[in-house]
Write a protein that binds this ligand. Structure first.
Ligand code: NCD
Length: 312
């Protein structure tokens, strides 16, 4: 019973094992995979909306013969509606002998509460409020490794809503374990990366800079990791104007200053109102966000495989 709750759990060795398994499974024929875990059971129990995380976990599980039960709107359709706690929910799913429960919660720390109440079932944090999204960090790291052959010595520029977005929080925690990377955080001060992340980078002697100068940050980037405005989590007193939204877009002018071998990542969804990665540049070969999303299914298959084989 291994839980995946935080990106801090993974070091270069465990990451290497996960990526090796990912390559291995990705190269198997569908028919070779389909009876790999027959009889195992995975539940997706989501208190908050999702497209990629839930569907990629479910498809990955089914591709290996795992039975899948899907609860996509837990706040409306499960006993959460009647006031049941996440701990009681976890206890019941344990007694049903669910092997893995992937959970997405609105509140930071809630998936850890479910894990504390689980003695059989492995809990996977599929995103907890503005806390973490560890499996997204794993697929992001896989995407970077796949492009650059390693996870060190890179200039990585993170931009957008760094305060409320959990994906950058998890990815920076993960990459803090690797040497020689330089981070630049591009945003307005009100949406800058949290102090807890900066503390972690300091502890690991990682160089980082906070800036509003997007074009200068992009000019020597290897990886550009952009994020949407998390409008569903309002910050009292902070108003984001159209002008700010336009200032922090990745558009043709941004691509112009970016090195030719750089890659642009985004965890998706892209917000169609803001177009933080301008749809006009989708054809640029440096835009990798849809490949990145595709990698999610492959990496999650490896995680399921390793948990069910008691290797995680
Ligand atoms: C992200 C999330 O849910 O944190 N999406 C995802 O899982 N790929 C990003 C976001 O919602 O902005």
């Amino acid at each position: 019973m291994g839980h995946i709750l935080s990106a801090e759990q993974f070091d270069p060795n465990s990451l290497n094992d996960i990526f090796e398994r990912t390559y291995e499974l990705a190269n198997l024929d569908r028919r070779e995979l389909i009876d790999r875990h027959i009889g195992s059971q995975l539940i997706t129990f989501f208190y908050a909306s999702s497209t990629r995380t839930r569907i990629s976990f479910e498809l990955a599980a089914r591709s290996m013969g795992v039975g899948v039960t899907s609860v996509p709107d837990a706040e409306d359709t499960s006993s959460v509606f009647k006031g049941e706690t996440i701990e009681d929910t976890a206890r019941v799913l344990n007694n049903y002998e669910a092997d893995i429960v992937v959970m997405r919660t609105k509140v930071e720390g809630d998936t850890a509460k479910a894990a504390a109440a689980s003695d059989y079932t492995s809990i996977i944090n599929g995103g907890d409020g503005s806390g973490e999204h560890p499996t997204q960090a794993l697929l992001d790291a896989y995407t970077i490794q796949d492009e650059f052959g390693g996870l060190d010595g890179l200039n990585i520029v993170f931009g957008g809503d760094l305060r409320r977005g959990r994906t950058v929080r998890s990815l920076t925690k993960l990459l803090a374990n690797f040497g020689g990377n330089q981070f630049k955080f591009v945003s307005i001060p009100e949406l800058q990366i949290g102090q807890d992340i900066k503390n972690r980078l300091d502890e690991h002697d990682i160089e980082y800079e906070e800036t509003t100068d997007k074009l200068s940050a992009l000019s020597d980037a290897d990886v550009v990791y952009w994020t949407r405005l998390q409008s569903e989590r309002p910050i009292p007193g902070v108003e984001i104007t159209e002008e700010i939204i336009n200032q922090f877009k990745i558009d043709a002018a941004a691509m112009e200053v970016m090195p030719h071998e750089a890659i642009v990542m985004h965890p998706l969804p892209r917000d169609s109102k803001h177009n933080e990665i301008d749809t006009a540049i989708d054809h640029d070969p440096r835009i990798k966000m849809f490949d990145q999303a595709g990698n999610g299914k492959l990496v999650r298959a490896a995680l399921i495989d390793m948990i069910l084989s008691e290797e995680l």
